[in-house]
Write a protein that binds this ligand. Structure first.
Ligand SMILES: Cc1cc2nc3c(=O)[nH]c(=O)nc-3n(C[C@H](O)[C@H](O)[C@H](O)COP(=O)(O)OP(=O)(O)OC[C@H]3O[C@@H](n4cnc5c(N)ncnc54)[C@H](O)[C@@H]3O)c2cc1C
Length: 409
């Protein structure tokens, strides 16, 4: 796309979450000739105060491809090891995940959600985001050469490409796939970030399995703070208890858990506890419709096992930007979007398969099943676990179609 008649492609992104911002940052970094605008329904880019993330090596490597790898590592806390124990303290599995990540990608980090969002927003440039603008749908233009993006405020904006990065209840997905609401999972989590990391093992993701399918996972997000979540089986509902009473309830759920776990919960102010009901998207065979693409949770929201949801949104963003940049200049952007779908679906399918498998056995409550699960985990050959981790952490941006043809595929 060189020469005097070239017009800049106008790309509209619905949603300024991790996926939408990462996409804008990746497109900007690739030096493509784009006008990028992000429409966000909220009045700011905001992550809940008690919310932290694992941004694993695969996503750090993806961010590295667009010049943001060092920034995310500076803001986060490295994750070198993952340990799963029972509430009695006996080890079920232990993995040197730092080594696996470095060998395949880059070291992953624990990070506050707000810190990640702020970093992405700085990279994108705050002026690109239009706040309090909800996208409600889209319409292919009469000439088939673009898309009108429909806003709740009544207007429509013309774009060459629309990226639906509008999360779990995506309006863009509703129109593209018409597959209804996300599926409620039969478990929920409470989360927080502690003001102390005393007793907590350094650079470690610590997961504890207790009775009644209670599980607690925690990891540092900086030297003094540990992000944690406590999960239990149950259906979506509201907590009616006061924050102080809720905190007492949570402490009772983890009665008998290792001291490190109790300490971080005790050192989390009750007002900062968050309850989240969990949902997922089932179907995953399509991400693109003409000039419109789904990205992040809008396409593939998954259970929180492995903490890969945001990481997949980041991988999507970087691959999408690559595909648009690689698309032959004599073709419309549809080809780039189709290539994005082709490169992403197999990876997403595999990650989701691992996530749903583990999610199911985390829900087991019967003592017989729990004993069986724990025995399998204890005796599973290290090489099998290692193979899974290595594949999870390997970020493969995929190859352009012509390279595949050259390789005889
Ligand atoms: C409890 C919990 C823990 C998690 N932990 C991890 C973890 O450790 N690591 C990890 O990688 N992932 C984790 N995830 C998953 C991760 O949070 C999501 O996968 C990630 O936030 C998806 O990013 P997204 O940008 O696709 O969607 P979102 O973060 O949902 O962002 C969507 C954005 O679009 C906006 N929006 C929505 N509708 C519209 C509209 N119609 N018009 C305009 N704007 C709109 C929203 O306001 C929002 O800003 C966790 C999830 C949960 C629930």
């Amino acid at each position: 796309m060189t020469g005097e008649n070239v017009t800049r492609q106008r790309i509209v992104i619905a949603g300024a979450g991790i996926g939408g911002l990462a996409t804008a940052a990746a497109l900007g970094h690739n030096g493509g000739d784009y006008d990028i605008e992000i429409y966000e329904r909220a009045d700011a880019v905001r992550g809940l105060a008690g919310s932290g993330l694992t941004i694993w090596g695969n996503a750090v490597a993806a961010l590295g491809r667009v010049g943001l790898g060092d920034a995310v590592k500076e803001l986060g806390s490295p994750l070198e090891s993952q340990v799963v124990v029972t509430d009695g303290g006996s080890t079920l599995t232990e993995a040197p995940i730092g080594r696996f990540q470095r060998e395949h990608a880059d070291i992953g980090v624990g990070i506050r959600r707000q810190a990640l969002l702020d970093m992405l927003l700085r990279a994108v440039g705050p002026d690109r985001v239009r706040y309090e603008e909800r996208v409600v749908g889209y319409r292919a233009t009469g000439d088939g050469d673009g898309v009108d993006v429909l806003l709740q405020s009544g207007g429509a904006v013309r774009a060459d490409i629309l990226i639906g990065a509008d999360g779990l209840r995506s309006a863009i997905r509703r129109q593209m796939l018409g597959d209804g609401d996300p599926t409620p999972l039969k478990h929920m989590v409470w989360r927080g970030i502690s003001d102390s990391s005393a007793h907590f093992p350094a650079e470690t993701v610590l997961m504890v399995y207790g009775a009644h399918a209670t599980r607690m996972v925690a990891w540092p997000v900086d030297d003094d703070s540990v992000c944690w979540s406590i999960g239990r089986n149950g259906t979506p509902a509201r907590d009616s208890a006061s924050p102080a009473v809720l905190k007492e309830q949570l402490l009772s759920f983890i009665d008998g858990f290792p001291k490190a776990n109790r300490h971080i919960l005790e050192n989390t102010p009750a007002e900062r506890l968050i309850r989240t009901d969990l949902f997922a998207r089932k179907r995953l065979n399509r991400l693109v419709d003409g000039r419109v693409a789904l990205l992040g949770d809008a396409g593939h929201a998954m259970p929180t096992v492995f903490g890969q949801g945001a990481c997949m949104a980041i991988e999507d963003a970087v691959v999408l930007a690559d595909c648009l940049a690689d698309a032959p200049s004599d073709q419309t952007p549809d080809a780039g979007l189709r290539e994005y779908e082709r490169r992403r679906l197999p990876r997403l399918e595999w990650v989701r398969e691992q996530v749903f498998k583990v999610s199911r056995y985390q829900e087991w409550e019967s003592p017989l099943l729990v004993t069986m699960r724990n025995t399998v985990m204890r005796t599973m050959p290290a090489s099998r676990q290692e193979a899974m981790w290595r594949r999870m952490f390997a970020f493969d941006p995929g190859r352009p179609a012509e390279e595949r043809a050259d390789a005889g595929h």
